[in-house]
Design a protein around this ligand. Structure first.
Ligand code: DX5
Ligand code: ZN
Length: 221
């Protein structure tokens, strides 16, 4: 049975009271998701390693850092030093993903690869032995609060089928437009880690949303 994990995305937290937002969810969250944007790979800016460092100092939670940057190899060191627990980059943003995975892993941080909605799974076919965590974007990255793209369900399903067929260990994360309406769909298709920004922080009862998400079961809506 797949245990469903939930990583709240701080992009939707109250920027002027991030502590308040985190305190609301910290005992239920399995990790905090932190979006790093460079204004090139995505048309937006967010924050940098100093936020990761500050969070690391204050909280015990794993920090899941999602780099939406061009040439991520130029940025990984600063996030490793800042205390990221998981560090992920986009397959579209670098030429030598295997080298970068190895570098991150050798630095004792768990690497992950992210795919944009339109990027096919075959781009990571030969990397599945090198990695145990994949993030499938379910919106085009860059902003919180966008609408979930239903065509991504097929990709989630295919990846889960590969994992079962090949009998490998792989956590499948999804990110973008995940709320109580879309969470059952992604879980039914095989995602086991749900990243959610607006779905949690803009809800009336964020804690209830997390609990409901975590109670979902793979193979049953
Ligand atoms: C989008 C980011 C997401 C974002 C998701 O580019 O990668 O992590 O915070 O926000 P929601 O859940 O509101 O779509
Ligand atoms: Zn993200």
């Amino acid at each position: 049975m797949l245990e469903i994990k939930v990583f709240p995305s701080l992009l939707s937290a109250d920027l002027l009271n991030m502590e308040g937002s985190i305190n609301l969810v910290k005992d239920l969250a399995d990790a905090l998701h932190i979006d790093i944007m460079d204004g090139h790979f995505v048309p937006n800016l967010s924050y940098g390693p100093s936020l990761v460092k500050a969070l690391r100092k204050k909280y015990d939670l794993p920090l899941n850092v999602h780099l939406m940057v061009e040439k991520p190899e130029n940025f990984v060191d600063m996030f490793i030093e800042a205390g990221a627990t998981h560090l992920g980059f986009h397959i579209e943003a670098t030429y030598h993903p295997q080298r970068l995975i190895k570098y991150i892993r050798d630095s004792k941080v768990r690497p992950f690869i992210t795919l944009n909605p339109a990027t096919p799974l075959h781009t990571i076919e030969y990397l599945l032995e090198e990695i145990d965590l994949i993030l499938l974007m379910t919106v085009n990255p860059g902003y919180g609060g966008q609408e979930f793209l239903p065509f991504c369900l097929k990709k989630i399903k295919t990846l889960r089928e590969i994992v079962i067929r090949e009998n490998i260990y792989l956590d499948i994360m999804v990110d973008g437009g995940i709320d109580l309406n879309t969470a059952p769909l992604v879980v039914e298709n095989g995602a086991n880690i749900l990243i959610s920004g607006n779905g949690i922080f803009k809800a009336q009862n964020p804690r209830e949303v997390i609990l409901k998400m975590k109670s979902l079961k793979y193979g049953r809506v």
